[in-house]
Write a protein that binds this ligand. Structure first.
Ligand code: RIB
Ligand code: CA
Length: 340
C-alpha cells in the first residue's frame, strides 16, 4: 500500500482547479494538508469560497484553506476570467455554502509552516499565478531545501500562449513571481500548454460525471458545461483542456510523461510583447535534449497515454460515500467537533 504524499495546493479555484482539487482528494497517492488561493481566474477570496464549498461537498471540510495574494507582485488584479470560468469561478454552479471558516494565516505563511512541519516531504502543486509561492520564498529563503517537489501548471515552451501570443495565463498574471519561482534553488516541473492543450475532455466524459451517483462528480460535470462552451471557440467542438488536473496527476506520479526534458527556463518580465513568456531553452530538440549544465526546469511536453479516461475514472470514485461523509462532517461541524 503506497503512503500518500503530503500536498500543499495553490490555486485560483476556477473550473479546472476544481477538477484538480477533486482529483487530489480522490487519489490514493495524495494527502492534501493545506490549500492557498491566489487571484487569477477569480479573486483569491472567491477562490477560497469555492474551495471551501467543494471540500465540504467532498467530505473533506477539515483541510485548511488560506486566502493568499489578491494582487500580483507588480501591478493589480485585473478582475478574473468570467468568460472562461463564470462570474463565480465554477461555471455558475451553486454549491452549498461551507460551514468551515478560513485559516487565520496567509497562503504564503501556510506554505512555509507546512514545509517546516513536513520538512523534506511536502509536495507543492501550483495551478494559479505564482504570487504566493514567491512570497513564501521571500518569507523563508530556505524553502527550496524544505520541500520535496514543485509542480507548476503554467507556461508554454514550444506552444503558443493563451493570454497573449506567447504568454500563458498563470505566468502572465504575475511574471515577476514566476521569474522568482523558476530562478529559486529547486527543481521545478512545468506543465505547460504544450501538453495541457494536447489532450481534451470530451462530452462523453462529461456525461459520465453527470450520471454519477456522487454529488462531486455531478457538480464537476455541470461546471464543465460552462467550460466546454468557452473551449468550443478554440477547438471547434464542445470539449475542454484539462490544465490543472493534468498537473495534479503528474505531481502525484499517476501519469507518466513521454517527453519531459530538463532545460533552462526564465520568464520575460519586460513590459513588451513578450511579457509573461516562459523562455525555455529548447535548442536540444534536434539532439534528443541532451543534459544541460545548470538546467533545473523539467518541461512536460507529451504523455505516454491519453489522460481523460484516468481523470474521469478517478473522479468517479468520489461517489455516494462522499455524501455520507459530507453529512457526517456536517454533523461533527455543527457539534463543534471540527477544528480548523
Ligand atoms: O492557462 C491555464 C491556467 O490558467 C489554468 O490553471 C487555469 O485554471 C487558469 O488558472
Ligand atoms: Ca488554475
Amino acid at each position: 500500500m503506497t503512503t500518500p504524499s503530503a500536498f500543499y495546493l495553490d490555486c485560483d479555484t476556477g473550473i479546472d482547479d476544481a477538477l484538480a482539487l477533486a482529483y487530489l482528494l480522490a487519489s490514493p497517492l495524495a494527502s492534501v494538508v493545506g490549500i492557498g488561493t491566489v487571484s487569477g481566474n477569480v479573486s483569491a477570496a472567491v477562490g477560497a469560497r469555492n474551495t471551501l464549498d467543494l471540500l465540504e461537498l467532498a467530505g473533506h471540510a477539515h483541510i485548511p484553506v488560506a486566502v493568499g495574494a489578491h494582487h500580483p507582485l507588480a501591478g493589480s488584479f485585473g478582475g478574473g476570467a468570467p468568460w472562461v470560468h463564470g462570474e463565480n469561478g465554477i461555471g455558475e454552479v451553486s454549491l452549498a455554502p461551507a460551514a468551515a471558516s478560513l485559516a487565520g494565516e496567509s497562503a504564503a505563511e501556510m506554505l512555509v509552516r507546512l514545509a517546516r512541519t513536513h520538512a523534506g516531504s511536502l509536495k507543492v502543486l501550483a495551478i494559479g499565478p505564482l504570487t504566493n509561492i514567491a512570497e513564501a520564498l521571500r518569507l523563508e529563503p530556505a524553502l527550496p531545501s524544505l520541500v520535496d517537489s514543485v509542480t507548476v501548471m503554467g507556461g508554454a515552451a514550444l506552444a503558443p500562449g493563451n493570454i497573449t501570443p506567447v504568454a500563458e495565463a498563470n505566468i502572465w498574471h504575475d511574471p515577476e513571481a514566476a521569474a522568482l519561482v523558476l530562478a529559486a534553488d529547486w527543481d521545478v516541473t512545468l506543465v505547460p500548454l504544450d501538453v495541457t492543450m494536447a489532450s481534451v475532455l470530451e462530452e462523453p466524459h462529461q456525461q459520465q460525471l453527470l450520471a454519477s451517483s456522487g454529488a462531486v462528480p455531478r457538480a464537476l460535470g455541470e461546471m464543465l458545461g460552462y467550460y466546454f462552451r468557452f473551449y468550443e471557440g478554440i477547438y471547434g467542438r464542445p470539449c475542454s483542456a484539462m490544465h490543472d488536473p493534468l498537473a495534479a496527476a503528474l505531481a502525484v506520479g499517476a501519469v507518466r510523461p513521454a517527453l519531459a526534458p530538463v532545460v533552462r527556463a526564465a520568464v520575460d518580465t519586460t513590459s513588451g510583447p513578450g511579457r509573461g513568456q516562459t523562455v525555455c531553452d529548447m535548442r536540444g530538440l534536434y539532439a534528443g535534449y541532451p543534459p544541460v549544465a545548470g538546467a533545473r526546469c523539467r518541461v512536460v511536453l507529451s504523455l505516454e497515454e491519453d489522460f481523460a479516461p484516468h481523470l474521469v475514472d478517478t473522479l468517479l470514485t468520489l461517489g455516494e460515500d462522499a455524501a455520507v461523509l459530507d453529512s457526517t462532517t456536517a454533523a461533527l461541524a455543527s457539534a463543534g467537533a471540527l477544528t480548523r
